[in-house]
Structure formats: structure tokens, C-alpha cells
Write a protein that binds this ligand. Structure first.
Ligand code: C2O
Ligand code: CU
Length: 549
């Protein structure tokens, strides 16, 4: 196994990913940042210089379990102090499993400023994958706002509440097209929105007729759930979140923020023309035009627009369609890691929208999550005492009386930074239970992401989870392992994982605004088994102040 060393500089720059110029965060001048290409077993070393003017930063390696290196998880407030402007911080970790992963900012809501990229880990020498392809390409889907994350954060933490609203455009591999003519010409500086800026020309994937493409499609949206489609071409799903999937053929893919999928696509259609590749908003009423890329058959002009209308995806509110696709994902035969037959502990997490002192929040079991000023990993490992709330958060909600189909009568919640302490090596079940929001007849989709682990997806169901009967329907035969799953509107999702990775791990909704508003929890397991923490992660709250050049 090799060592891959990167030097990254994180900066504020003006960019026009969708033709509208705004302040973004780049890595070495780019958004999306450079793709990390590695082989299973490699050690990745990223020397990160924070050259932002005033903001802290931290980068999370999404899907990498950080076995033995929990301090490299990059979650500000959980596993490290944020990196201050002017400082350089070194991340070092092993990519121990082939697959498709991501990285992104994990301080505030900086991911929405364009601070993200792909990690592509190939199989070790001598190992072949259970499917064949000619080319391999990562494509990240995002939604895009014209307001910076700071402006969005101000709105979310104000009274009256300022919602971020629907995105202005949808980006495919960092490119989109905003319709500049919808702006009031007096409101913008001339040239600020310019559809002929090459920065925002649509992403082009050039394919050679007859060849098979492995497309590593991932989503790092701020808010939206997507349906992705390549006009006229079926896709065969073969991998998700670094785990092989029993192949299944789809016309379009529902994908939630934080998920990754490898799909195989054969360039077997009329090669005299180009086709659209599209992302469409689902689950929320779309107010953003379709995201467009060009699937370009080699020898056609890459700029040549397809002769057809872009595909518009399934009905945005057809949650049965999406639930069915979630259920269809199974572990690949021959690559099944069977889950433990039973669990030691069940934690039921009710997802609700709440109010605290007139501020709007999200909460689980009526507790809205906040971060302590001293990161948990340092507080627990170095025994810094009561730097966060010591009372454990609730294990479940009122299963008997709570009506998940109704807006709750008393929406008041509390904030807390307390965490779930898991017994090391125990098996834990998590039930994510969705419910009505503060708006009547409304329930949203929440993609939940677990740091430090893959979990088995034991099942999905509609309505309220029944602890006596639903576990009997769990898939214990061939459930896929993932690190991100959706909980569908008015539905539940059941997961199981082994608490076998010493450290402190965030588990949260991957919608930036929801996490910011408190939709997350933290698990601790075996922290006494964690090796000596690097001093470089300290320097905030009650943790040592260490001189970082
Ligand atoms: Cu990709 Cu904690 O998130
Ligand atoms: Cu959410």
C-alpha cells in the first residue's frame, strides 16, 4: 500500500458555477475540489492550509471509517477543534475499503459554499471487481444557492426565522445554468450573471459507442433529494457507499444527500446525437430548473444540444416510488456480511420540527442538538470533566401516544449537547421515525449519515414503527451496508451496527440546514481504547492550547 500526499489550500474566491458570480470556498482554486484517487490500503495525507479570510474550517472524509484515527474524521466540535485562518492542519488516515466516497467541509454549513469533492478507492492489486467496465468517472450532484453559508446561517438562527428556500440551481459536477434574465437588471452589477461564462458551461461526459461506463454518482446537496437520469439509457446499480449491490436495473436513480452509487451505463444508443443527463428535485415541490449535463457520444460536438427535451423525472411527491427503490437495494451475493441476529440495544429517534424560545429547530426525541465548545473526543479521552451535558439523551419517544401524522400539540423542545454512550463492541439498532412537521400534512425526507461505521439497513416501513412486530420483518439475509440512508415521509428506517470503532461519531441528517438546526446525535464507544490524540486537534474550549503555525 502506498502513501498519497496532498497539499491543499482552502480559499475564498469569486466563482460562477451556475453563471451567477458569488463568493465560494475553493481547494487549490477549484470547486469541486481535486478528486482523491487511491487504492485500498493506501494512506492519505492531506496538509490543509486554511487561507480563508475570517472563517474556521474542517474537512470530513465522508464514508471513510477512520479505524484507529478517529481524530482525523474532520468533524469540528466532535473530533477536532476547527482549523483557524492562517493555520495548517494535517489529516492522515487509511482508506481501508474500495468504493466511492466523498469529502466536504464540516464546520458550520461550508459545504454549501462549494467545499467538497470525491474520493475514489480502487481494489487492491490482484483483486477483481464483480463487474466489468471500460471507464470510471465520479460525478457529484449538488444544489446551489446564491447566498453564502454565513448569510443562510444568519437567517436560520433569527427571529423571525429566515428559511434558506429552494436552491437557485442544480449543479452536476460543479456546473449549472442559472437563467440570468430572471434577475432584475438594476439589482445586479453588470457581468455578475453571464450565461456565456465558460465556468458554467454544462458538464460533458464523452462516451465511446459500445463502451461501458462506471459512473460514481453521489449527492452532496444542501437540501434537495434528486432523481438522476440519463435519457434513453438504463443504469445498473452495482455499488453504494462502498458496498457492492446485487445488480438492479433502473431508468432513473433517487439519490439523497450523502449517498454514493456506482452505476454501469452502456453507450449503446444512437451515436449520431447527444443525450441529456439530468437531476430533478423530488420529495420537495420543485422550484428549481432541472440540472443539465450532456452525455456526449464521441465524435459529436460536445456542445451540441440533444434534439429532445430534458427528462423531468418521476412525480416529485411519489414517495412510494422512492421507498420501493430504497427497498430494492440488497447486498451483492458473494459479498454479503450478514448482520448479527439480534441487538443489545434499540434506540428510537423521532424526527420532528420544533420551537425553542420562538426559534425554529429540528430535534430528535424533542432534543435539539448543539455542539459543545470542547470537542467530545478530546473531552472524553483527556477526561476534561463536565464540558458537555452529562445526562444521557432519551432512548425513545412516547410510542403509545405520539401521533406521527399530526402536527404536535406542544412543539417546544430543549437543546442539549449530551451524547449516547454505547457499550464497546455491542450491537445497536437505530430506528429513525419520521413524523409530521410544524406544517399540517407535511413530512419531509431526511438522509441520515453515520460517521465511523457502515450499518446494515434492516428495513423500511410506512407509518409508525411497531417494536413488537416490525423487527420480525427485518432483512437479516442480505441487507446492504451503507453509511447514509433516507427516512421517507411518515415512514421509518431501521439500521443495525456494531459499536466496534473506538471514538466519538456524529450521526445526523445530511441536509445542511437541518443539522445546523439541531438534527443530529453523537455516539461514543470505546474512547478509552483510542490512541494518543495528536496535539494539533486541540486548542479550543477547555482543550490544550497548542501553538499551530
Ligand atoms: Cu457528509 Cu457529518 O457528513
Ligand atoms: Cu433533515
Amino acid at each position: 500500500a502506498g502513501i498519497r500526499r496532498y497539499e491543499w489550500e482552502v480559499k475564498n474566491e469569486f466563482k460562477s458555477p451556475d453563471c451567477y458570480q458569488r463568493q465560494v470556498i475553493t481547494i487549490n482554486g477549484r470547486t469541486p475540489g481535486p478528486t482523491i484517487l487511491a487504492q485500498q490500503g493506501d494512506t492519505i495525507i492531506v496538509e490543509l492550509k486554511n487561507s480563508l479570510f475570517v472563517e474556521n474550517v474542517a474537512i470530513h472524509w465522508h464514508g471513510i471509517r477512520q479505524i484507529g484515527t478517529p481524530w482525523s474524521d474532520g468533524t469540528a466540535g466532535v473530533t477536532q477543534c476547527p482549523i483557524l485562518p492562517g493555520e495548517t492542519f494535517t489529516y492522515k488516515f487509511v482508506v481501508d475499503k474500495a468504493g466511492t466516497y466523498l469529502y466536504h467541509g464540516h464546520y458550520g454549513m461550508q459545504r454549501t459554499d462549494g467545499l467538497y469533492g470525491s474520493i475514489q478507492v480502487s481494489v487492491p492489486d490482484g483483486v477483481t471487481e464483480p463487474f466489468a467496465y471500460d471507464y470510471d468517472q465520479s460525478i457529484i450532484l449538488t444544489d446551489w444557492y446564491h447566498k453564502s453559508s454565513t448569510e443562510q446561517a444568519i437567517g436560520l438562527s433569527s427571529k423571525p426565522f429566515g428559511w434558506i428556500g429552494e436552491p437557485q440551481s442544480l449543479l452536476i459536477q460543479g456546473r449549472g445554468t442559472f437563467n440570468c434574465s430572471t434577475l432584475n437588471s438594476l439589482a445586479i452589477v453588470p457581468g455578475l450573471c453571464n450565461t456565456s461564462n465558460p465556468e458554467c458551461s454544462p458538464y460533458v461526459l464523452t462516451v465511446v459507442p459500445g463502451k461501458v461506463y462506471r459512473l460514481r454518482i453521489s449527492s452532496l446537496t444542501s437540501l434537495s433529494a434528486f432523481n438522476f437520469e440519463i435519457e434513453g439509457h438504463n443504469m445498473t446499480v452495482v455499488e453504494s457507499d462502498g458496498n457492492y449491490v446485487e445488480p438492479f436495473i433502473i431508468k432513473n436513480l433517487n439519490i439523497y444527500s450523502g449517498e454514493t452509487y456506482s452505476v454501469l451505463v452502456k453507450a449503446d444508443q444512437d451515436s449520431s446525437r447527444n443525450y441529456w443527463a439530468t437531476s430533478n428535485v423530488v420529495s420537495r415541490k420543485p422550484q428549481t430548473p432541472t440540472g443539465l449535463a450532456i452525455f456526449n457520444y464521441y465524435q459529436n460536438d460536445p456542445q451540441k444540444l440533444p434534439p429532445t427535451m430534458p427528462t423531468t423525472g418521476p412525480l416529485w411527491n411519489d414517495s412510494d416510488y422512492r421507498l420501493a427503490q430504497s427497498i430494492a437495494i440488497k447486498a451483492r451475493q458473494g459479498y454479503i456480511h450478514p448482520p448479527p441476529r439480534s441487538s443489545d440495544r434499540v434506540i428510537i429517534l423521532l424526527n420532528t420540527q420544533n420551537q425553542i424560545d420562538g426559534y425554529l429547530h429540528w430535534a430528535v426525541n424533542n432534543v435539539s442538538f448543539t455542539l459543545p465548545s470542547t470537542p467530545y473526543l478530546i473531552a472524553l479521552k483527556d477526561k476534561l470533566g463536565n464540558v458537555f451535558d452529562q445526562k444521557p439523551p432519551p432512548q425513545k419517544y412516547d410510542l403509545v401516544n405520539y401521533d406521527i401524522f399530526k402536527k404536535q400539540d406542544n412543539a417546544n423542545a430543549t437543546t442539549s449537547n449530551s451524547i449516547y454512550k454505547l457499550q464497546f463492541n455491542s450491537t445497536v439498532d437505530i430506528i429513525l421515525q419520521n413524523a409530521n412537521t410544524m406544517t399540517p400534512n407535511n413530512s419531509e425526507t431526511h438522509p441520515w449519515h453515520l460517521h465511523g461505521h457502515d450499518f446494515w439497513v434492516l428495513g423500511y416501513g410506512k407509518g409508525k414503527f411497531d417494536p413488537n412486530n416490525d423487527p420480525k420483518k427485518y432483512n437479516l439475509i442480505d441487507p446492504i451496508m451503507k453509511n447514509t440512508v433516507p427516512v421517507h415521509p411518515y415512514a421509518w428506517t431501521a439500521l443495525r451496527f456494531r459499536a466496534n470503532n473506538p471514538g466519538v461519531w456524529a450521526f445526523h441528517c445530511h441536509i445542511e440546514a437541518h443539522l445546523f438546526m439541531g438534527m443530529g446525535v453523537v455516539f461514543e464507544e470505546g474512547v478509552n481504547k483510542v490512541g494518543k490524540l495528536p496535539l494539533s486537534i486541540t486548542g479550543c474550549g477547555k482543550s490544550k492550547v497548542y501553538y499551530r503555525p
